[in-house]
Design a protein around this ligand. Structure first.
Ligand code: UT7
Length: 332
């Protein structure tokens, strides 16, 4: 076997729907306050879709921007991987819908289910096709319409989530000075009960009863998820840094999943990161599940914190539980 080819992220596009749902709006819907949401979670506003707009629509807009940035056509893509927990429907996959809407004739694709870790998992999955040399260009998308599975009478969950998408193009890196370096993925299935949408699958197919019992919404034990997220996100990042001979202070941009500002800050402290390296945009978007990391990449670019050769650490914890940490050098 020939040496694996290192993959790089060659372009990024993001998209959020225009409609805003602010903390002031939520104060009118449930028993909550702007002060509670800002201090406990760190969110001021999130974007939500209008009726009839689906995950594939957000994904396509993000993908178009990534393609335009790189000057590539949809037909240049070999494969499309969509990380999402809110597919347009159970089947066909959102990747198939995106392939059609985008006009990416010739590309195959599939959805990847790993909740908030889906973008990191999808990037590493796509990178394997580059590594083996079978593909030259893989479109990787993280996209979720969380508003489609949120109970807007439940204050414990409805203040947290938003809708959004990000897309990257993976291509072979010209040399080892840029591109994906290493990753750690872990799953702890014993945590599945703490964050789930119980109905709509084969265990609890849709029925009047499942709808009446609100089983098609996100159910979360926030404290259990919080504790696991702080502990495992830190552990995975430390392990990854250590085995690459790095310290937290070596990281130029830490791009974590944006679930709770307190989780991000706790992880950053424990890793010994430089404060200016920690990328945060939860205030503007909330938790967009598979969309958070590419949206945060875009924020890093907007803030001038991401340039060619920069060492980037991405991290996530999500339903499953799923855990992801990945190291890369930014390529453009
Ligand atoms: O991306 C997927 C991974 N998900 C996560 O990482 C989420 C992790 N968990 C969290 O971020 C936090 O646990 C939450 C933001 C979900 C909740 O924050 P918390 O500080 O853990 O609050 P809590 O659940 O311990 O609740 C504290 C109090 C409760 O009231 P009592 O029982 O003390 O009277 C809640 O009923 O806060 C109450 N509360 C609220 N109050 C005002 C819960 N939600 C709200 C709200 N507004 N929206």
């Amino acid at each position: 076997m020939t040496n694996p080819v290192r993959a790089k992220i060659s372009a990024l596009g993001t998209y959020v729907p225009p409609r805003l749902l602010t903390n002031a709006d939520l104060e009118k819907m449930v028993d909550t306050t702007n002060e509670w949401i800002l201090s406990r979670v760190g969110i001021r506003e999130r974007h939500v879709v209008d009726k009839g707009v689906a995950t594939s629509d957000l994904a396509v807009e993000a993908a178009k921007k990534a393609l335009a940035q790189r000057g590539l056509a949809p037909t240049d893509m070999d494969a499309i991987i969509v990380g999402t927990v809110t597919p347009d429907m159970l089947f066909p996959s959102t990747a198939c819908l995106v392939q059609h809407k985008l006009g990416a004739a010739g590309a195959w694709g599939f959805d990847l289910s790993a909740a908030c870790s889906a973008f990191i998992y999808a990037v590493q999955t796509g990178a394997q096709f580059i590594a083996t040399g079978v593909h030259k260009r893989v479109l990787v998308i993280g996209a979720d319409v969380m508003s489609s599975i949120i109970d807007y009478t439940d204050r414990a969950t409805c203040v947290i989530f938003g809708d959004g998408a990000g897309a990257v193009i993976l291509e072979p890196a010209e040399d080892d000075s840029v591109g994906l370096i290493d990753f750690i993925h872990e799953v702890d299935g014993s945590g599945g009960c703490f964050l789930q949408m119980p109905a709509g699958g084969s265990l609890n197919p849709a029925s009047h009863e499942t709808v009446d019992k609100k089983m098609h919404y996100v159910h979360q034990d926030g404290q259990q998820v919080f504790k696991f997220a702080v502990r495992k996100q830190t552990e995975a990042c430390l392990k990854l840094l250590e085995r690459n001979g790095l310290k937290g202070s070596d990281i130029d941009a830490f791009i974590p999943h944006q679930a709770n500002l307190r989780i991000i800050n706790a992880t950053a402290d424990r890793l010994g990161l430089r404060p200016e390296s920690v990328i945060v945009n939860i205030e503007r978007y909330g938790n967009t599940t598979a969309g958070t990391i590419p949206l945060a990449m875009n924020t890093a670019i907007e803030e001038g914190k991401l340039k060619k050769g920069d060492l980037v650490l991405m991290a996530s914890v999500g339903a499953g539980f799923t855990v992801g940490a990945a190291l890369l050098r930014w390529a453009y």
